[in-house]
Design a protein around this ligand. Sequence first.
Ligand code: SAM
Length: 276
Amino acid sequence: MGPRRGRQGKGRAWGYPTDLHPKPRGPRRPRWAGLEGRGRGPSMPSQPGPRLLSLADRVPAGRPMADIGTDHGLLPVWLLVRGRVPSAIGVDLRAAPLRAAARTAAAWGLAGDPRLSLRQGDGLAPLEVGEVDTVVIAGMGGRRIAALLEAAPRRRSALRRLVLQPNTEARALRAALQDLGWHLVDEDLCVEGGREFLTLVAEPGVGAPLTDAELLLGPVLLQRQAPAFRSWLVREHARLQAAAAAARAGTGRVPQPLAAALEIVAATLGVDAPSS
Ligand SMILES: C[S@@+](CC[C@H](N)C(=O)[O-])C[C@H]1O[C@@H](n2cnc3c(N)ncnc32)[C@H](O)[C@@H]1O
């Protein structure tokens, strides 16, 4: 039997339970959550939220960046307003988000500023080869992010850093990065508005092959064992145990991918996994 694909929340295929990923734990917030400032709608933060900070803090200072799937353009505008990057490109597939990004830029005095470029297009295609050092892709599924990177070999090979915030399928994205010859240098699990967000940072170069546990849970997160990661793992363990119990009650057996994930999580927590 193949891995079971559950759906948690409208429009979200989490790849649960064999592709562990932080799940929503609370109500949805607007896309600009954590960025509320003056006036109405998206605006600059006096104190950026943890999700934005997790991305922004991992964009190298002093180097040009692009935000693929920029939506309201909050990240590139904030990075420019704060003087962190010399130039920023916001890319989106659709025109409406780019109009919103232009409004965000105007609200913060960046209308017509040559340091900010807003471009409509698919993935990395609107970028010139070598135009930026850093690409951020946040708020898409892990497989979709991987597909955008795979589709742009020349542009990708000129990059020095990827800052990625997949909202599903982290395991698939880690595997794809490894296949593309990138290695993870940082991972962050942050909580905002009752939801957990995972940030992956990759740089070019082949690293040591990731183990099953590292693909599933993240090599850096595993190494650091931060409190937020441990808390998430405890909840995942309980959820996997419940899924295994339900499978056992229904079919008399636990599907192998679920049993393997449960074993990895249990071993990481130092508790026993129930026998399947
Ligand atoms: C959920 S929003 C995320 C916005 C922002 N990156 C964030 O994390 O808050 C996803 C955005 O990606 C854009 N998008 C989806 N597929 C894309 C693609 N292939 N190329 C560029 N943008 C894309 C959508 O139009 C949408 O504005």
